[in-house]
Design a protein around this ligand. Structure first.
Ligand SMILES: *C1O[C@H](CO)[C@@H](O)[C@H](O)[C@H]1NC(C)=O
Ligand SMILES: *[C@@H]1O[C@H](CO)[C@@H](O)[C@H](O)[C@H]1NC(C)=O
Length: 367
């Protein structure tokens, strides 16, 4: 039977999985056109840095949670079938910095209402994606090079976390909570996204092999070698595959949207961008870098471990930079920019939104 699941499974078998996965599962379906939508998850779902702060029906937490109008949730809500008609029925609760355990509170914030469609992007913070970015991509030192070992350790810690069964059990527990407390029992669709690989297929000796992403005056960074980029990409691929196998295939009315393929040609270190391999302000590169210019600059901490980790990262600078300048903050990109690095820019979210809207259409009852 041709269903979105079958299509997704074939996709994964063809592109990701070396050994075939045999699964027995139900078809996802909606029994009527949905009108109610909740967007849950982490900074990928909040759309951190993309456009302006979300204001359509802000619950007061949008700034703290770094929800943006350029993120995929608002775009899904404005597209068919919701058409942006009733903002009261759009619950944008994703919160930057959240780990899986943040989902409980996000559900609570919907206030006991039931919705027909839920989108979910979560678990990157449970695996320490941000830590890898800080220890590998934006590691810095003022005397000599930063330690490659800290980066290698961050990569292997993340890999270990992804391999643990406990975290996948926790992911399933959160899906159960969503089904029990948030999804409409008779008309429901849970749309889960993975993450996007950050780098174009690394090639030894390419334009990124000998450069660092650390561009702040006086600071030395680590080179983004092809090996290290491959490791980071492999981490994303593994997380996507595990979400699919451990969660999506095992739950009814649950589909996965591939938000990685659309980034093809729009990642860091594309061969075609060898004159500007980072592309911080290149519209064709769909991830933010420390040098990217954002539309917003206001920042409010949500008290998450992610926010605290960026604080530590910045404090290290201030100690060193204060000997160079009496205004260290002037040398650092703002806190919102720090937290936004390695997250999709608006065009990346546009692609995710159009795939999600298409999937909702595909699951509507036939006329
Ligand atoms: C799809 O909808 C039909 C009609 O309401 C329902 O009987 C069936 O259980 C639904 N499928 C799944 C997988 O829930
Ligand atoms: C990162 O790149 C360096 C330099 O090529 C290498 O020594 C190190 O093993 C790489 N780390 C990983 C985890 O691939």
């Amino acid at each position: 039977m041709w269903t979105p699941q079958a299509a997704a499974l074939l996709f994964w078998l063809a592109h990701v999985s070396a050994s075939p996965v045999v699964v027995d599962r139900d078809t996802a379906n909606l029994t009527q056109t949905p009108k109610t939508y909740a967007a849950l998850g982490d900074s990928y779902a909040a759309g951190i840095g993309a456009g302006k702060y979300f204001s359509l029906n802000d619950d007061g937490d949008s700034k703290k949670c770094k929800r943006f109008d350029g993120g995929y949730p608002q775009k899904v809500f404005q597209a068919d079938p919701f058409k942006g008609q009733n903002p009261k029925q759009f619950y944008f609760k994703a919160c930057s910095g959240d780990v899986l355990d943040g989902i409980d509170n996000q559900i609570k914030k919907v206030g006991g209402n039931k919705v027909e469609v839920v989108t979910l992007s979560i678990s990157g913070n449970d695996f320490g994606f941000g830590n890898v970015v800080r220890k590998c991509v934006y590691a810095y030192s003022y005397i000599g090079s930063p330690k490659q070992k800290d980066c290698d350790d961050a990569l292997s810690q993340s890999d270990d976390l992804v391999n643990q069964n406990a975290v996948w059990q926790k992911y399933q527990d959160k899906v159960n909570l969503i089904k029990l407390n948030l999804l409409n029992p008779s008309n429901q669709l849970l749309v889960i996204t993975g993450y996007s690989k950050f780098f174009a297929q690394p090639v030894q000796g390419d334009a990124c092999d000998k450069i660092s992403f650390m561009r702040i005056i006086g600071a030395n960074g680590l080179k983004m070698t092809a090996d290290n980029r491959s490791k980071m990409n492999a981490l994303v691929t593994k997380v996507n595959q595990k979400i699919f196998e451990n969660i999506v295939l095992r739950n009814r009315n649950t589909i996965m949207i591939d938000i990685d393929t659309p980034f093809e040609g729009h990642r860091f270190c594309e061969q075609g961008n060898s004159n500007d391999p980072i592309g911080a302000n290149n519209d064709n590169v769909w991830f933010f870098d420390l040098q990217s210019k954002l539309q917003e600059s206001d920042y409010e901490s949500d008290g998450s471990a992610e926010d605290a980790a960026w604080d530590d990262w910045a404090h290290g600078f201030e100690g060193h930079v204060s000997t160079l300048s009496n205004n260290p903050d002037a040398l650092l990109p703002g806190k919102l920019t720090q937290a936004s690095v390695f997250h999709p820019k608006g065009p990346g979210h546009d692609q995710s939104a159009s795939r999600i809207s298409q999937a909702i259409h595909n699951n509507l009852p036939q006329a």
